[in-house]
Each structure stands twice: as C-alpha cells, then as structure tokens.
Design a binder for this molecule. Sequence first.
Ligand code: PLP
Length: 415
Amino acid sequence: MAEFTMTASNATGKGKPDPSFSSAGNAGTAIAKYGKENVTDATLGVLKDENGDFLSLPTVNKCYRELPANELMDYAPIPGLKDYLDAAIANAFKGHQPKGTYTGAVATPGGTGAIHHMIFNYVEKGQKFVIPNWHWGPYREIAEENEREWEMYQMFDENNEFSRKNLKDAVSKLLETQDSVMTIFNTPAHNPSGYTMTDEDWEDIMNFYRECAKKPNKKIIILWDMAYIDYAGDPDEVRSFLKYFEDLPENILLAVAYSMSKSFLVYGMRSGALIGVSSSKTVAEEFANVNTFSNRATWSNGSRGAQKMLAEITADPQLKASVDKERAQFSEMLANRAQIFIKEAAEENLKILPYEAGFFITIPAKDSAGLANKLAQNNIFVIPLKEGIRLALSAVPTDKVPGLAGKIKAVFAGH
Ligand code: PLP
C-alpha cells in the first residue's frame, strides 16, 4: 500500500535521504569521539584554516561589521542595489566583458539563486538542459523541483581528457527536438573535478554554437557557473575565453552565475548575481525584467548587507587590494594542499580526474558509497558521488594531506 502523504502530488517522495549514501557517517561524531587531530573531514566545500577551523577574509569581516544598521538590515530593492549590480558585473568580468554586448543583471541568493532562475526562465517545462556526468548535484534538484529535465554527456574520455565531442553530440541531439538548449559550464576549477576549460575548448565550442545558431529558430543559452573562479589562478587568464563571446548573434545568450560565497568566503550570507550578456539590448532588458519578476515571486530580495559590502569593497581600491591579497594567500594554501595530494596520488597510482584548481579533487570509483563507508571507518570523511568520491581539500589542513592518497589507495585496494 502506498505510504500516507499530506503533500501535493508533485512533492510526494521528495527529499528522502538516499540510504546507500547516508551511511557514509558523520565527521562531526568522529571528531567528538576521537579528537579533531585524528579525523580528516574532506566533506564540505568550504575553506578551512590549518587547524581545521572556519576561515574568513579579515578585511571582508571588518567591512561587513562596520556597515550601519540600515545598510545591513533594510530591504534591498527587488533586483538588487544598483551599486551592487555594478560591482557584481565588475567582479565577474574584471575588464573582460565581451565587446559588443549589453548586460542585464539581478541580485540572487548566491549562485544557486542564479542557476534556479536560469533553469526556470530559460528551459521550457519538461525539456532538457545539458550538463556533464560530473556535476554539482543541485542542478538536477532545481530541475526536478521545477519540472525540467537534463541530458548528461561524459565529461572526460578514455584518456581522462575533456570531451568536446561528447558535449557537442548532446547539444546536437537535443536541438533535433528542442528549439532552445541551455548548457551549464562550471569552469574554471570545476566542482567536483577541478578541471578548467582551456581557450581551445571554448574556441571550438563557441564555433560549434555559432554554427547551431545559424538556424534562426534555434536559441542557444550558455550558463557560466563561475563559483570557484577566484581560486583558479590569474584573473585575466581565466577570463580570456570571453573573447569568443564577442559580437554574438542575438540567438546566443550568455548568462553568468556570479557568487560571493567562495570569492568572499561568505557562504551563509547568500549573495550572488545573475548577469545576462547579449548583443541585443532588448534581450538584455528582457533578461533583467523576467529575473526581477522571479526574484519577487521566489524570495523577494537579497541580503542588503552583503550587497552593500561588495559595493564598498569594489569601489575602494585599498580595500579591494587588501581583500585580493588575503585571498591570494588562502588560494596559495589551497594550491599547496592539492599539489601534495596530486604528487602522492601519482606515486600511488591512484587515478584522479584532471585537476587544475579549486576546492575539490575527485577519484573515480565504482562502489563509491561502500568506499566512503570504509574510509569513514578510517576516520577519513569524503562525499560519495555516483561515479567517484569527492575530496574537499579546501577543508583539510595541509599537515593532514601527506599520506592521504596512500591511505585512500589502501582502502581502494582492499575493497
Ligand atoms: N556552483 C557550484 C559548482 C557550486 O559548488 C556551488 C556551491 O557549492 C554553487 C554553484 C553555488 O553556491 P552559492 O549558492 O553558495 O553561491
């Protein structure tokens, strides 16, 4: 007999924990039992210091706390404060906004809010958008919540290289039955692999999209999820691919999911922006209008304090320089952790996905839930994904990294 439910039919069964993954254990319980020094908690995508404690950028912390009560606590306008939107655009592009384009932007609660609006407003109900098999899970959850679907392509080929072919095949297939296709790209420092798409990747893919867009009834939407960009190396280099978006035809739209969460280490303050980029002023205005409406109809407005803080930091060269300096130090610490792990993984013959930068390293694996459980028994806590285990090196103090690849390899070998 069907289980009794009080929900509307669209919500029935939603949110049930997956029993195969829930037994991976709880790092917090192990820390209480065995002590922090004996536990490696590589679960959460947040940056932790060398003691395993929460990290914040000191200048960000100070700037936020010095805001007057009204700027912290009053409502923000529905689309976001004007100076925030200008600051978000400036931080997203850092001088690389594609030539010959207009922008339309709204504030959102983090990158998540931006992705939500794109799936809701730019994918037809019941139709599909394109994501790689390695992806951030909420893309799917947002789709399910909003009765949209997705098509996955194999992100890496048998040589562990990014497969542009697989991506193009997936888009071409959908264009046979849909007039509009959105593809989500999380780069640089992709979650969960750490892969950064190269300029050659982008050049090739944009040529392909321009070809697709020659059919005037087709609409090509590219959602750039840039959540980890500030930990991915030189700010100009990681944005140089935007040159391939110059002088777009009006049926190609670029949307940018900008997030303050990682860039300013303010995950819980829930602030980001959705920026539409188009060669058509009308498309950019429409973008701002529909997403402002969705703000009102979904969460009303964003957090004013976070918005004001970004506006102030961006407008003040000294503040900005000190935030950049602090972040650069953290970024170096993260790169160092990754370097140690990657070197040892190679020595241990432990295959990882192609990592360039970012918070995570992922090890492909078949029985990921079983392996995560075994690792948990060894006080190593990771996130099991469908096809591998994800290690958040962002959360692992550097002195716990040496030897970690070897311990994981031993668990894999005995499984
Ligand atoms: N995109 C990716 C790939 C992420 O990993 C995250 C956060 O973990 C986000 C977007 C959005 O984060 P937020 O909503 O906190 O900005």
